[in-house]
Structures are given as structure tokens and as C-alpha cells.
Design a protein around this ligand. Structure first.
Ligand code: GLC
Length: 541
């Protein structure tokens, strides 16, 4: 299945963003390949579509692009079920398209980060298929977690772990002769069997996969479920019936085990060997910012998503607490903090924060004024809301199907984005879109918003331009908090001050912070006249 690429691979990262430590204050844009741009009119986004839209991203002013998985996959979990780590799914294109995309991105000064899914493969992966066909006792089974069941006839799962998508984390196999066989572990969907990372072949395989993509010229990896690969020895019972409620609040026998760090130390050596400041970004759901920092020790990864910030409510004291905690916890390991408000797994922040576009824009300007790196999810620059009324028959998210009565929250943030005011799928492609777009989305399109100074797109463009022009905005590892009225955050960033009125009423500042550089809503005063409700202002001191 592996595709071979003619000798056109670049071998080195291009000379884009050559500043050492480029990631420390980078703005990284997440492309969700299915839903960004469709180049061949089949209703599904693809690599040629993305490639054509790269100039848009360069103009937006981001530093890097992170692409969610585009590998060969049966798409049981939208590509997070990988059947071949060295091939592109035909739905998205081929390796030549990937090569061209990486080259073009570099030519435009954009770095490219690809998604690596090492915790589990697809059940269609060659290794898993072989494990099934060879049956119990075969050593190839050891590359996954196969176990006999408990109870009479082995009819009970080997332990009490639950899948993140609901139901038991184990599925029973059939023996090659058709009789009921062993069970295998899958922390996510049954189509996503977990690798056994104690097996040297698994470790070797992923080191080779890293090299494959580094040879293609990528600038880094976003590591899926980076906290999950190592399981507690003996796979002990949790002894708790509502495991999903414990996720992210404590170390679990399948998440955030200390043994995982050894893997990252070995990966870091490979990244260093390639040079060019290539990075590893952990998707690690941990109980605390301090535990997240462990992934970012100088000999491990470079960044981790700050889900503590993403989960913070729109409330000044809590925001300040999370910001301080995020910055404090990274300082001992010398890593830059990251900030994120939206991604392909959560409700878009225009909807989630509960204050519509006004609050979403204020939240964005707060995020972009903080020291460190920020992640932007495709479509948030258009202010897209979550699509909450998708009919059940178009949904594809496995969490919708596998868990009883859950809302299937993840399809609503994955609806293809609108590029033009009218036309088939608002310019997403020529052949419709795999999830239906709401009728009014033409008004939110790139075309509609371009050149409109009040639009969210122009707000992002201006904010990103200012961040580039004034290094003060993203630099450093601390904010200097200033006294502010109840419900208002105020902090200094070098030559700038940022104020955030989180309340629902205008609030006057005791003294003017300076001249308005940028505001998340209409405002031109000096601060003493009352900053409008739900508005963030960048001031030049
Ligand atoms: C990560 C991905 C998510 C996926 C899961 C399993 O959390 O972001 O989309 O379903 O891992 O791979």
C-alpha cells in the first residue's frame, strides 16, 4: 500500500521562518483537510485544494500550517485511524501532492506540521490484519494488546477500561476458525486498536515513520494522544464506573503514564539530527499544567496544546489564573506556552464561550496578546459558529455513533468553510460538501469579509500583522498585570497594553492606557470613557 515517491523529496526543511526557535511565538493554523478546500469536486477537501489556498494563509499572516491526518485510512475516525503511515489516502491525493504542498508552503514562508497518530492504528493496518489472521499465540499479536477475556468462556472484557467514544475499550475477536477469540484494546473506536509500545518493533516503526516525513521536508509533528501510548503494567482495572469524568483530572492507567517520556526523548534525538528547528507538539490531556510541562523538558517535545486555557470559562479571575498557571508551569522547563481556543474536537469558540461573535473576537485578541505560540483553527478567522443542527444521517463522528445519547459534538465544527458568497458549497469545491453548510454562510465567506474593516477576517489579518511587526506581543514568558476594575483584565506587553472587558456592560478605566491600536469591536476612545461590553483593546503606550 505504501506509495513511493520519485527522488523529489526535499530532505531538508526549507529556509522559511529561519529564526531560531521560530515556534516560540508562532501562530500555527490548523487545516482540517476534509473541510478546507476541495480541488477535484468530489465534495471532500484534499491536498491540491489546500495547496491552491496556501497564498490565503500566507496573506492571513500565520507562520505555520498543521494538517490533520491525510494518510491512507478507512476514515472510521476521520483519518485518525491510519492504515498506512507512509501513504496519502486517495481521497486526499498522493505523495506527489504532499511533496508539492510542502514545497509551495515553504516557498510562501510557511512551515508545515503533520499529524502523527502513534497510539493506535486502523484495524485495516497490515499489522493488525496479520495479527487477526494468525490467531492467538502468534508473536505478531504482541504489537497490539490482545488478551483472553475474563469469566466463563472468556466472555467478559479483560479489564474495566472504557473507550473515550463510549462503551468498553475492548472488542472480542473471532479466531481464524470462527470461534470466539481474544479481545483487543482500543481506547477510541473499535476500528482503532492500540499499539503495544512495550514492543520494540512498534518503537522502531515510528522512528522510521518520523524519518520518512522529515525526509519529505516537514517541519514538525503534532502528536495525537501523546499521553496515551504507554499503559500501566498489567493493564490494571480502574475500579471506577464513570471513567470519562476522570479524564484530564488525574493520571490514569492508560493516560499520562511516566513511561511515555522515554519515547519523546528518543524522538527528540531524531528531530535534532535533522536540524532546521523541527518540532514536536503534544496533544496531551493531562491533569495539570505542571504535568504537561513534563512533555516539554529540553530533551523531549517543543510544545503542547494548552487545553487548560481552552477549557477556561470567560471570566476574568479564572482567565488570569489559567494564564498565570500556564506561564509559571512552563518556566522551569524553558518551553514556550501555547494558547488555543478552537480545534476539530471541540465546539467552536464563537459558540462555546456563550457570547457570540463579540466575545469570540475579544477572546481571540486576548489570546494573540499573550506570550507564546497560538493555534488558530480553520474558519475561526471567519468567526464561524458551531453548526448545531446537522441531521443525524449526515453525521460521521464515531463519538456520535458509539456513545449512547451523546450529542455527536464534533461534526458541527468540521463543516467545510465558505470561500465565496455564493455558488456550490460557497467555493469550497465544485461538487457540494460532505457536510451541509448552513444557508447563510455566504455572508461569512472569505470573499464577503475581505476588505470589510469590520469583519472578523480583517481583524485576524490586522492582529497577525501587528504581532509580526511588534515582536513584543508574542515574546517573553510573562505578562505584567495592571490594576483594573472588576471583570477587566489589563496587562502590559512591552510597548503595549491589552485590556479585556469580560463583563456585559461598558467599564471605564481610571486612567487611559494609551492610544487604541486595535479593538475587537467598534471603539475609538481613551479608556476612561468606558470600554464597551465584551471588548478587548490593544493599546500602544
Ligand atoms: C485526538 C484527535 C481526535 C481523535 C482522537 C483519536 O484526540 O484530535 O480527533 O478522534 O485523537 O485519534
Amino acid at each position: 500500500m505504501t506509495q513511493h515517491l520519485a527522488a523529489s523529496a526535499t530532505g531538508t526543511a526549507a529556509a522559511t521562518s529561519d529564526r531560531p526557535g521560530w515556534w516560540r511565538d508562532a501562530v500555527i493554523y490548523q487545516v482540517y483537510p476534509r473541510s478546507f478546500a476541495d480541488g477535484n469536486g468530489d465534495g471532500m477537501g484534499d491536498l491540491p485544494g489546500i495547496r491552491r489556498r496556501l497564498p490565503y494563509l500566507a496573506e492571513l499572516g500565520v507562520d505555520a500550517v498543521w494538517l490533520s491526518p491525510f494518510y491512507a485510512s478507512p476514515q472510521a475516525d476521520a483519518g485518525y485511524d491510519v492504515a498506512d503511515y507512509r501513504a496519502i489516502d486517495p481521497m486526499f491525493g498522493d505523495l506527489h501532492d504532499a511533496d508539492a504542498l510542502i514545497r509551495d508552503a515553504h516557498g510562501l514562508g510557511l512551515r508545515v506540521i503533520v499529524d502523527l497518530v502513534p497510539n493506535h492504528s486502523s484495524d485495516q493496518h497490515e499489522w493488525f490484519q496479520r495479527a487477526l489472521s494468525e490467531g492467538p499465540g502468534s508473536p505478531v499479536r504482541d504489537r497490539y494488546h490482545f488478551r483472553p477475556g475474563k469469566g466463563a468462556d472468556g466472555a467478559e472484557p479483560p479489564n474495566d477500561w472504557e473507550s473515550i467514544f463510549g462503551g468498553p475499550a475492548w472488542t472480542r475477536t473471532k479466531n481464524p476458525d470462527g470461534t470466539p477469540g481474544e479481545w483487543y484494546l482500543h481506547l477510541f473506536a473499535p476500528e482503532q486498536p492500540d499499539f503495544n509500545w512495550d514492543h520494540p518493533a512498534v518503537r522502531d516503526e515510528f522512528r522510521t515513520v518520523l524519518r520518512f516525513w522529515l525526509d519529505m521536508g516537514v517541519d514538525g509533528f503534532r502528536i495525537d494522544v501523546a499521553h496515551g501510548m504507554v499503559k500501566a503494567p498489567g493493564l490494571p482495572d480502574m475500579g471506577h464506573g464513570e471513567q470519562l469524568k476522570l479524564l484530564g483530572s488525574q493520571v490514569l492507567p492508560f493516560f499520562d503514564q511516566d513511561g511515555v517520556h522515554e519515547i519523546y526523548r528518543s524522538w527528540r534525538q531524531i528531530l535534532e539530527e535533522y536540524g532546521g528547528d523541527r518540532i514536536g507538539v503534544a496533544e496531551a490531556w493531562t491533569p495539570s499544567a505542571d504535568r504537561t510541562a513534563l512533555y516539554l523538558r529540553p530533551d523531549e517535545l517543543h510544545q503542547a496544546f494548552n487545553f487548560h486555557y481552552l477549557n477556561a470559562p470567560w471570566e476574568s479571575a479564572e482567565l488570569r489564573r489559567v494564564i498565570d498557571e500556564s506561564l509559571d508551569s512552563m518556566r522551569p522547563v524553558g518551553a514556550a506556552t501555547t494558547w488555543v481556543l478552537s480545534n476539530h474536537d471541540v465546539v467552536r469558540h464563537t459558540t462555546r464561550l456563550g457570547g457570540g461573535l463579540t466575545r469570540a473576537r475579544a477572546a481571540t485578541l486576548l489570546m494573540l496578546a499573550l506570550p507564546g505560540s497560538a493555534y488558530v483553527y480553520q474558519g475561526e478567522e471567519l468567526g464561524l459558529p458551531e453548526v448545531t443542527d446537522l441531521p443525524d444521517d449526515v453525521r460521521q463522528d464515531p463519538s456520535f455513533f458509539k456513545s449512547n445519547g451523546q450529542d455527536g459534538l464534533r461534526d458541527g465544527c468540521r463543516v467545510p468553510i465558505p470561500w465565496t458568497t455564493s455558488g456550490t458549497s460557497f467555493g469550497f469545491g465544485e461538487g457540494g460538501s460532505w457536510l451541509p453548510q448552513p444557508e447563510g454562510w455566504g455572508a461569512l465567506s472569505v470573499q464577503a469579509q475581505t476588505g470589510d474593516p469590520g469583519s472578523t477576517l480583517e481583524l485576524y489579518r490586522t492582529a497577525l500583522r501587528l504581532r509580526r511587526e511588534h515582536a513584543d506581543l508574542g515574546a517573553g514568558d510573562a505578562v505584567e498585570w495592571l490594576d483594573a476594575p472588576e471583570g477587566v483584565l489589563a496587562f502590559r506587553r512591552g510597548a503595549f497594553t491589552c485590556t479585556v472587558n469580560t463583563t456585559g456592560v461598558p467599564v471605564a478605566l481610571p486612567a487611559s492606557p494609551g492610544r487604541v491600536l486595535l479593538a475587537s469591536g467598534p471603539y475609538e476612545g481613551d479608556g476612561t470613557d468606558g470600554i464597551p461590553a465584551g471588548t478587548t483593546v490593544w493599546w500602544s503606550v
